[in-house]
Design a protein around this ligand. Sequence first.
Ligand code: NBG
Length: 838
Amino acid sequence: MSSTDFATSDPRASSAVASRIALPSEEADIATMRRALVAKLTYAVGKDPIVASNHDWFMAAALTVRDRIVERWFPSTRAIYLEKRKRVYYLSMEFLIGRLLTDSLNNLGLTDTMRAALAELGVDFDRLREIEPDAALGNGGLGRLAACFMESMASLSVAAYGYGIRYDHGLFRQHIKDGWQQEYPENWLASGNPWEFERPEVLYHIGFGGTVARVDDGSTDDARYAWTPAETVEAQAFDTPVVGWRGANVNTLRLWSARAPDPIHLATFNRGDHLGALASQSKAVAISQVLYPSDESPAGEELRLRQEYFFSSAALQDIVRRHKRQHDGDVTSLAEHVAIQLNDTHPAISVAELMRILVDLNEVPWEKAWEITQATFSYTNHTLLPEALETWPVPLMERLLPRHMQIIYMINAIHLDAVAKAHPEDMGLLESTSLIGEHHGRRVRMGSLSFIGAHKVNGVSALHTELMKSTVFAQFHKLYPDRIVNKTNGITFRRWLMEANPGLTKLLVDTVGPKVLDDAGAMSDFAAFADDALVQDRFAAVRRERKVALGRVISDRLGIRVDPDALFDVQIKRMHEYKRQLLNVLQTVALYDAMRAEPRRNWTPRVKIFAGKAAASYERAKLIIKLINDVAVVVNNDPTLRGLLKVVFLPNYNVSLAESIIPASDLSEQISTAGLEASGTGNMKLALNGALTIGTLDGANVEIKEHVGDDNIFIFGLTVAEVEQRRREGLGTQEIIAGSPTLRQVLEQISSGVFSPSQPDLYRGLVDGVVGHDHFLVLNDFESYVAKQREAGNKWFDHKAWWRSAILNTANIGWFSSDRTIREYAEEIWNVPVSKPA
Ligand code: NBG
């Protein structure tokens, strides 16, 4: 690759930002690329350019890029092996990857070359981008974080592997019909996946059920057992290379697909039972068929536990095999060469699986095995919501994973002995830190297993980590005061700034220089331009251009016209009561009422934009989607508003839609009940692109406020301590309503069917619920939210003040780069070296 592919000292050389005249060497690059494209189209896709569809060209482009990635993949993998570098394994049920074409091209510095080569072939690059399916192997923040981490680990040359499940069907497609969410299966693999390599030879057997028998001779305390599963499923690997910034390093995302060892039971088939002959195959395949669409609530089903064990076991077998091959079969040195990060409790069963592999299969004494296990694992907690803390019924575990259940009992017995010895006075400690909960039937507490099995446990924002110490893990924290650490989340700027917002990237390069492309910290230099009228105007122009583009999307998909000069007020995230989309709707209605009451006042024109999916079984969240859509119908068609207020619910929120909404956002809604949002990462993406946050002191909002400064963020609402106090003293919803005529009117309108004339009672239950028990303190925070919204609306009129704040948001958000987060994990948890990106 020529050096001009990457930004050097010349800002024009940045692939992401340049529009420039081709230099001779670039012409050669373009010609090479063009030839490669035609060759791929011909020999790999099997199409004649004359008849090739855009999809064929997309496949050819992706395969061409993949070749360039593979060229770097082998040296990367070889170097890790030769240097015997410690490897990091990121175990995650979810990887919310999104599209990869632009991502890969940007990191390789080949975006412009590809665009030009395609143009010479008469193909429009932007059309191809849109054709790529959005890989949605995740629900929301947790899965997207895993994808950002994979990109940062590759960029920082951390020797990392991601392990997860290759779901045939990712997160459901959301349609909105008459305002209601409908779920349809997603089919990202339907036309093939050009990024992955199938590995038929990388295959592991995963057992379920069956019996356990002692096999040692009884001469020592270290009993070993043989597990004979009743059922076996095969896990087959599919590898996707993950290329880091400037192509310096390429890591592997290995996803497992399930299948039965015998695809068909021939005897049954020959007896004439054709369906029955396929039964075991169907049961096996089901494991990797669909992503659980629940967000932050355990699905509870047996299939979910099967999924968790399936990918944990495949990963652990693969890790131990690789380690033994490289280290002369010595499994006892595992922790020196391997760090395994458990992304939430979904892979928590790995703790018992590694113990089984060490003790039963490798004859490591129990105590030594436990030492290795703890030193190898670390665990990230992503939520404190009680309903989201995974537990499994003991009978289910005993039936499905009998040996693992035994191991868990053993771990628990040793743990409780130690606790009793250290704290004989505190009997409560035994109950609260036991791995088995007795409250709702006997259940295995996966959070506790993860805590005990790990040497470090981390939260995802400073506030969340403190709350872990004082609430859910308070007793464990007392026992192990050094174990909990904080790792505030981050986002990859390559995707969320460079690719999503080339205009802003160019402005940054033009003002502070191309170093910002490599070092997010350098963005702070941009603060010096906060009062520069020219820079402010350019910033505003970039935003306007993105708003016009988003306006086109809105008009294409919904037939609603929005004014690009209005304030775009955006709430994009999963639909959940604690995230309080309802609070936003109440404020929207209040604003609507006020505008109608005083039509001649100088109102800030606003577009309220919502997007997000609700778990299919989460009725109340789905009702809130319906309410947003119903309010939209009334507001958008009310001529008295003269278009000053529009409400938009964009269906099927995913990574790609986020990439087009975020750069077009002026105001970022981060309004969860304090204490309930562990971190948030959308808040970081929006602030990075210069949206001003309106939010509570929750999750990473607290740290965003510290970085961007109090004058550049709108903070409102009860703090964690005040929420706790309110909950203790009573929520007083009747008094709140009595004291707020605005709120009373809004609730009455919604409750009495103003927005649902054909079903006047539709929202009565919803409103009664909030009035009766304001569990998420929507009413409690209403007035302070409305006041802050008014402040934001007023600031919009002050052009200089607004864009100053926007610039300061972008300038001061560099710390939230996932490169920083990964560096912290590498130093404090994994003990592995990192290099600078590039
Ligand atoms: C989510 C939290 C978010 C956080 C992401 C990533 C789960 C269980 N938790 O606040 O709700 O940003 O994790 O850490 O999905």
